[in-house]
Every structure is written in C-alpha cells, then in structure tokens.
Design a protein around this ligand. Sequence first.
Ligand code: FAD
Length: 509
Amino acid sequence: MPADPVLVVGAGPTGMLAALLLGRRGVPVRIVDAAPGPVETSRAMGVQARTLEFYRMIGLAEEAVSLGTPTREVRIRRNGRPSGSFSLAEMGAGLSPYPYLLTLAQDVHERMLIGALEGIGVSVERRTELLALAQDAMGVTATLRGPDGAEVTARAPYVIGADGAGSAARKALGVGFGGGTSSGLFYVADATLEAEPAGDLTVGLGPDTLSLMMPVRTSGTKRLIGIVPPELADRHGLTFEDLGSRAEGLLGVRTREVNWFSTYRVHHRVADRFRVGRVFLAGDACHIHSPVGGQGMNTGLGDAVNLAWKLADVLEGRAHEALLETYHAERHAFAKALIETTDAAFQKIVARSALGRFLRVQVAPRVAPALAGMGLTRRALFRTVSQTRIAYPRSALSEGRAGSMRGGDRLPWVEGVDTHAPLDGRTWQLHVHGTADAGLLAEARRLGLAVHVFDWSPEMHAAGLARDAAHLVRPDGHVALAGATAISLRAFVDRHGLRFGPATLRDAA
Ligand SMILES: Cc1cc2nc3c(=O)[nH]c(=O)nc-3n(C[C@H](O)[C@H](O)[C@H](O)COP(=O)(O)OP(=O)(O)OC[C@H]3O[C@@H](n4cnc5c(N)ncnc54)[C@H](O)[C@@H]3O)c2cc1C
C-alpha cells in the first residue's frame, strides 16, 4: 500500500518550500491551501543571503536573483532633505556568494516556488481548508473542507502547519502564541513614480514617521512602507492620499499611480512549541515579526529548510525519530532570539516614543553610513541581518570544536574555494579543509558518507576553519560534528542512528 503523504497546510512561501524540499527527496507530499489562489500583492520584499544560499543548494538562487534587485545603494533623507548615502553592494563581501540584500516581491517569489513545485509534479490543492487535527501513535488525522464544501478526513504520518499568523493548526494543538502588538500602524503601497529616484533603497526619517522605498522590479513600481503618522492612525478607511504628500516629502518623490495600499499593525509573537507530536508549526504560524528588518519570511523559509530534511531522514529510516525534536530546539531558540534582538532594535527605531524620535532623526542618519563604512561593523551587521550568523550550538545535534568552528555553526563560505559548492540540500557530507586523515576517510567510506576535500587556503583560516580539520555537514549546510575523527564520527552516527548512501526508502511510518 502506498505511504500516506506528509500533509503541508498552507501554500505561502514557508509551506511551499517545505513541500518542495520533501518532494525533491522523494517523500510523498500533499499541500493544501484555504484560499482560491496565490495572493497577488508584494508583501515581504527582502530576501536575505542565507535564504539565497539555501536556494543555491536546490538550484533556485539564479532564478531568484534574476527576478529581484540586489540592493546596492541606500540613500538616507532626514526631515525631507538628503542626508547621505552608503553602499550595501559589498556589505557581505567574502562572507556569502550573495553579499547583499535582494529585493523580490513576495507574489513573484511565490510564483517561482509554485513553478518549482510543479516541476516535481506537486500542485497546490486550493480551496482546501484545515478544520481540525487529531493524532495517535501512528499518524495524524486531518479534517479538511474541500472545494465543494464537503468535509473529508486525510491521514498523514506528519503534518506541517504553515498556515500563517491565524494558524488553524496552532489553534488545534492549543499552543500559546505569546508576545504583543506594537502601538504603531504601518502602511504598504506599491506605486509608480513621476521620476526614477537615485539609489536602490531610500530611507526617509522624520520625527513622527519613517518611510522606506525599494524597487518592485518585475512590475516597474516602487514599494513604499512606513509608519502612519499618529494623528492619522485611527482614521477609518485610510487611503494613500491621506498620507501621500508626507510620504512623498519624506522620500523626495512624487507618485503617479498607487496600485496597492494596505495598513497593518505589527505583531511580535512566538509560539510556545513548534512541535507537538507529529504536527510541526512553521513560518508565520509560529512566529511573527516587525516587517522593517526583513526577517519574518526568511525565518519561515529557514524553518522549512530545517524541518524538511529531518522529516525525510526519519521517514526514510536514516535517523532516529529523536532527530525531529531538534527542529523545535533549534528554530524556537532562533525565533525567540530574533524577536529579542534584531526585531527589538527595529522596534526602537520605529517607536513613537521620544527615544524613537531621537534614534530616527539624530542617530540613524549619522550612524548608519558610518557603520556601513567600517569593515568590522559592516561585516557584523551583514552577518546578523542576512541570517548567516544563525547557529545551533545548544542543539542535541551539535558537537565538537575545531578552530573557531563549533558544532551547529553554518559552514562558512570561502571565496575562490567555494566551500558551499558541493551542498545539495539533501545529503550529509564530510568536508575536509587541507589533508584528510586516512582513518577518517576509511570510516566515511564504510558509512557511505560523501567526502569533499578542499586544498587548504589562507582564506579558510580567516573564515574560522582549522587546517586539516574535518566537519560532518548536515543537509542544510550547518556543521553537526566539528573536528570529526574516525572515532567521533562513528559515535555520532551511532548515537543519532544516521544512515548515508543511496536511498533505501521504506514505507512511511
Ligand atoms: C499586508 C502585508 C504586508 C507585509 N509586508 C511585509 C514586509 O514588508 N516585510 C516582511 O518581511 N513581511 C511582510 N509581511 C509578512 C509576510 O508576508 C509573511 O511573513 C509571510 O507571508 C509568511 O509566510 P508563511 O508561508 O509563513 O505564511 P503565509 O504567507 O501567511 O501563508 C499561509 C497560507 O496558509 C493559508 N491558510 C490559512 N489558514 C488555512 C487553513 N485553515 N487551511 C488551509 N490553508 C490555510 C493561507 O491562505 C496562506 O496561503 C506582510 C504581510 C502582509 C499581510
């Protein structure tokens, strides 16, 4: 009897990437969405370097970059007047093959994922809503309302609830979603302009407000996003005309036509659990953020990447079931830290308080260009915002140390050598930088583990790698075991029940 498919609920970016990664691994997968079709508004615009590094592993990075615009120059305006500019073009030079922030409209991004899913024969089942979930030792029973309005049940070995901020999956599990809502109201608008502005990203700072402007490349429009001034925040039926002249003044542009306008309150919440038994929460279903830092959607995509290979490994009998618990441990810790650090910093900048005003008008215009010009600070900023700093040092799957590498770290990218080239998003690999130990190589061969040996280069040392050290790399490009030896590799593999080599698919449990 064919295995029941893993059920992915929600075809936003998170659910689609999860379904794509499972499908690529040959795991039977079904993806449903309550809406009649994909949303056709631009929403999340920032695609971070770490997301593009994952996309590279699955052959999607080139397409994403070609559909978006790398942000090269940021122009700052203070109280409606130019106040400086700085370059983001090489912000992460030497740290990532994608050393910039890519702006890519979410609807275009989603269409790319739909195309990739269709490429592996998976279509989103639209107008199919999750109503309820019940689980037992063998699997999950989901109650769905189909396009004809009839309720049906579906069995799945595992369910991924990627059904957005109002997640029915989260509610069905009774998982808390603590946090808060910031007092400010945000607006988003896609507009055409009378004249093309200089620079890729414009930041307009004012005492009571802040606006950002970036290109929506495929539609030739600009995305404007900002704080609704406090005196307009309670106006019923607010339109762009109500705040247009202020936003225009702040950004130094004149809009010709506004194609889309929306307002929303910003929440910052993290679910208490990202996993309950056989049901996993991912994306906005388990964490929501301020839009200003461009972190929310990328964090959801990172969840999908973290979860999909673990589910595939467990379903294929290549790892102990305990591997699945590392999903909550790793991603919950990151989402929580994100909200407390990066989101909190952006929250201060957009706050209505006196501190917020001071940061916007006095500090940000002076400090941002200076920071961007300082090599060390620029690199630190890039690593944080691009999500290339994400590491899982406290995960049960992270062990060892070599040079400054610890288990759980992202495998560094080293320019020229291209240490990420062998990563494919699906296989465990042993990476050696320098000369490989013969005993370790023999053990890897015995285990059927793919080995990649790179000639040592001084740039590797600068990236934190130690000469002749070997690292066991997970399918998502994080190091599991740093400084592997034949003995530690064998012990690690035994402890987690890992099996490598050609697929030996067993029926889904
Ligand atoms: C107006 C607006 C502007 C935004 N602007 C920004 C921005 O500038 N920057 C930024 O970073 N982020 C922004 N966001 C947030 C960003 O869009 C989300 O972070 C991102 O879409 C999250 O992706 P997801 O796949 O986790 O969830 P979603 O994209 O919300 O997808 C969830 C999917 O689940 C489906 N669904 C819901 N309930 C059910 C159910 N019961 N059964 C089946 N399917 C269901 C929905 O139809 C939806 O397709 C914005 C959001 C909005 C609404």
